[in-house]
Design a protein around this ligand. Sequence first.
Ligand code: ATP
Length: 332
Amino acid sequence: MHKITLIPGDGIGPEVTEAAVKVLDAAGANIDWDVQYAGDCMYQKCGNPLPEETLASIEKNGVAFKGPLTTPVGTGFRSVNVAMRKHFDLYVNLRPAKTYPGVYSRYDNIDLVVVRENTEDLYAGIEHMVGPDAAESIKIFTRKGCERIIRWAFEYAIKEGRKKVTAVHKANIMKCTDGMYLDIFRQIAPEYPQIEAEDVIADAMSMRLVYAPEEYDVLVMPNLYGDILSDLCAGLVGGLGIAPGANIGEKIALFEPIHGTAPTIVGQGIANPTATILSSCLMLKHIGEQAKGDMIEQAVAKVIKDGKTVTVDLGGTASTMEFANAVIAEIK
Ligand code: ATP
C-alpha cells in the first residue's frame, strides 16, 4: 500500500482529481490517500494557502498528487506552487509532450520530454529598482544546480530507454551563467556514451521545435527557457487539457497537470481530466507501478482515439466523469 498526499486544489482541481482517483482505483493501484488542502480554498477558510499539516503530510509521505491551485495575479498571496517547489527543493520539472491520435495537432509523431530546472535562474526572484527608472533582476546559476538537473536528464534518458539529450542554452550571449551550464553539460555528457548529446541555442531551439519536433527526445534546460518551451511543446501536441507534469526532488515528488484552475468552466463537470490522469501515470512509474501506469495511459489513448466519449475541449460532449468511466471500461 502506497500512502500518498492528495491535494484536490482549486477551480476544476477537485473535479479532475476525483476522476483520476477513480481511474487509479479501477486500475488496482494500491494507494491510501491522505487528503490535504492548499490554495485559495484554504486562504478563504483560514488565511493560509499552504497550511503546516499539508506540508507535513507531503514530507511524511514523500509523494503528492495535486490539482491546480489558484495564484492571484498582482495582489493576494504568493504562488503556492512555487512555495511548494522551494520548500521541498523540487528541482526537476518534468513535462512530457506526446501526440495522441484523436487530439487535434499539426503533428502526429512527437514524443519528447522537457526537463526544466525548477529552482534557479531569474526565478530566484531577486529583483530591485535601480532608482525610479531602471530595474534589475539577478539570474542565478550554481554548479550544483546545473549538475543535478543535467545528470537527472541523462539518468532519466537511460531509465526510459530514450536516445538523445539536448541541452538548451544561450551561452553565446550569457557567457557566465549559460556558459557555465553548457560547460557542465559538455563535461557530464561523455559519462553517458550510450546517449547522444547535443546542445542548441534557445532561439534556434524554438524554431527547430516548430519545424521538426519529431527530432527531439529529452530536452534539458534552465528555468526560464523551460517555462516558455514546455508550454510551446504542450501546444505542439494539442494543448493544456492533455499535458501532464511532475516536480521532483531528492526526497519528494509532486505530480500535477500543467493547466490552471480554468475558472470559466468550474462546477460544470466538463473539464478534461486527461492531463491529471496522465500525471497519475507518471506518479505510478515513480512509485514502481509502471505496468499500471502504462495500462492507464493506453486506455486513455484508446478512448481519445475512438473519439466517442471525449470532453468538449477535444471536440466531444462527454462530462469529466463520463470520460473517466470510458477509460475505466477500457482497463477492465
Ligand atoms: P489559472 O488562473 O489558474 O492559470 P486560467 O484559466 O487562466 O487559470 P488555465 O486553467 O491553465 O488558465 O487554462 C486556460 C483555459 O484552457 C481555460 O480557461 C480552459 O478554457 C482551458 N482548459 C485548461 N485546462 C482545461 C481542462 N482540464 N479541461 C478543459 N479545458 C481546460
